[in-house]
Structures are given as C-alpha cells and as structure tokens.
Design a protein around this ligand. Structure first.
Ligand code: GLV
Length: 324
C-alpha cells in the first residue's frame, strides 16, 4: 500500500504528479492555508507532510498524526515547525537550503535600490499624473548606492550572496554574525566583521538576514534604529519579527532613518497599518524566493527530502540531524 502524503498548499502540477507516482496524495488545491485544527485533521492519517512557511506544525498537529514520519518544509526557514517536538516523536524535519540564495539576494537588492532611489514613489507619481515638472533639480532626490557602506547582519549563504553583489557598486561591506566567516570568504567578499553597534552606526544600508528564532525577536527595535544614521535605509528580507514593526513605523514617520525595504512582516499577511501611509517604505508580499525557477527547485528539493525519509533513506537536508 502506498504511504500517504499531505501537500498543504498549492504547488506546481508536475510536483503533485511526481508525488502521486510514489504516494497517495491529498493536496490543498484551494491555496488557502488551513487553520491548525483542519491541518491536524487532514494530517491525522498521513506519513508525510509537504508544508509551507505559513503552516504551524505544532503539538496539536503532531499529536493528531501518530504515523507521521517527515515534515518537509518548502522553505529554508523552519520557524513554523516545532522541531524539538518533532525530534521527540522521531519525526524528521527538512528544509530547502541553497536553492534560493541568489534569488533572495536579488530581491534584497531590488528593495535596497528601490528604497534608495525612491522607485515606488516615482512610479506612483507618474501613474497618478502628478509629474508636472520634468527634471526638477531637487526633487525627488534619492541616496547613492555606489561607494556607500553596506552592513549585513547575518552572514550565512544568503548574506554572502548579498555581499557579493555589492562589489559591482564599489561598496564598503561590514557584517555582523555570531561567528566570523572564514578569512578566505571575508577576502573574497571584501567584508569586514564589526560589532553590531558599529555596523548600525556606520552603514548607509542595513540588511538583516538571520534565521528567525525567539533569540532574534526584535533584533532591530527602537534602540537599534536610534543608532542608525538619519540617512540610512533598513532592508528586511529575512523574517517578520526580526524587526519590530511598530518601532520601525515610528522611526520612518519621524524620519529618524530615511527609508526601508521590507519583504516580511510580523503576523503576515497582516500588516502594521502604519506602513501604508509611509512613502519611504517599499513593501513586497514575502516574495524573496518567488521566481518560477527557484520555487520549482524548492518544491523538487522538498519532494526529494520527503521521498528519502519515507523510503528509509536519510534526507539530504535533514534539520534535526540527531535523526540521521
Ligand atoms: C522563505 O521565507 C524561506 O524560508 O524559504
């Protein structure tokens, strides 16, 4: 008898087909995240779950699914999954590292550039027919990216991909990370490790790229924003909750910093309404990895991990390594 797999959100048809060749598949074609009780009910008789970052895989779900062997997250982040609870039950958790680094770094740069050069404001101005004076000398003025200082908090694979792109802009790159990256990588990326406070004080652009955990909740709050230059721009393409949205809204309103580029928000898809009236915030709906090629690779990676776990092999991207 085929093992049973739950796919919690819409994926690509060829991904469902590939799964159906090996497993008995229940697929959420509606693309509406299931509330926890419904997720638990549907997971109850499954051996595998292909999950998205919007699914909370917690005790309620795990307790309802005694036969569950693997939670394969279609994401690099796994903060939606209670990993210790999975480990305790012998359930493997996997993610999709590596395949989305460049795509997410590209989006980070898109937001950085858009905030620096006020792209969204300009676009809105042109569309509403409010472009009265061509080539006005002093408006709207943006911030130079080239030769500026870029500060990256979190220098993992994606942080490094962001740093690599700064070379073409002749930027000075500072970074802060729990540990220093190998010297050969610092040289390759022309990046210098500094204390976080110094990074905040000296950077023209501050990018956060740390995986979410309670330890980094509100890593950037009012105190950290207060250390930044009044001309600085903050970019968050990591996770909602790493930045204190209420503090950032206040700072942007008061122009304590110049702008922000944000792809992730606390409690998304809900949004702090304060952002809506702020022309100096560029907002995107969590699309860091959203290109067809990359989303397809993420799905394929997640399927490979799920299949390995259900077929008795160690998944290539096992997060709870004690279950190898
Ligand atoms: C998306 O946010 C991911 O973690 O891959």
């Amino acid at each position: 008898m085929k093992q049973r797999v739950l796919v919690t959100r819409q994926v690509f048809p060829e991904i469902v087909e590939a799964l159906r060749a090996r497993f008995d598949v229940e697929h959420n074609d509606d693309d509406r995240p299931w509330p926890t009780d419904e997720l638990a009910r549907r997971a109850a008789d499954k051996q595998g779950v292909l999950a998205s970052v919007m699914d909370r895989i917690d005790e309620t779900v795990l307790a309802a699914a005694p036969g569950l062997k693997v939670v394969s997250n279609i994401a690099v982040g796994t903060n939606n999954v209670d990993i210790p609870a999975c480990t305790k039950r012998g359930i493997r958790v996997t993610n999709t590292p590596g395949v989305l680094d460049d795509t997410t770094a590209d989006l980070t740069w898109a937001l950085l550039m858009a905030a620096a050069r006020r792209i969204a404001e300009g676009d809105a101005q042109v569309r509403r027919g409010d472009w009265k004076l061509a080539f006005a000398m002093q408006s709207p003025l943006g911030t130079d990216v080239h030769h500026a200082t870029l500060g990256i908090i979190g220098m993992g694979r994606i942080g490094q991909a962001i740093a690599k792109r700064a070379t073409g802009f002749d930027m000075r790159v500072l970074y802060n990370n729990r540990g220093r990256i190998p010297e050969s990588d610092e040289l390759r990326l022309n990046a210098t490790w500094v204390e976080r406070d110094r990074l905040l004080a000296e950077s023209d652009f501050v990018v956060v790229m740390v995986p979410y955990s309670p330890a980094v909740h509100h890593l950037i709050g009012a105190a950290e924003i207060a250390r930044m230059k009044p001309t600085a721009i903050l970019v968050n393409t990591a996770r909602g909750g790493v930045v204190d949205d209420a503090a950032l809204v206040d700072a942007l309103k008061a122009r304590r910093i110049a702008g922000a580029g944000l792809d992730v928000f606390e409690g998304e898809p809900k949004l702090n309404p304060g952002y809506l009236g702020l022309p100096n915030a560029v907002l995107t709906p969590h699309i860091g990895s959203a290109t067809r090629a990359t989303r397809m690779r993420m799905c394929e990676t997640a399927v490979a991990n799920l299949s390995a776990a259900l077929e008795g092999r160690t998944p290539p991207d096992l997060v709870n390594k004690e279950l190898a």
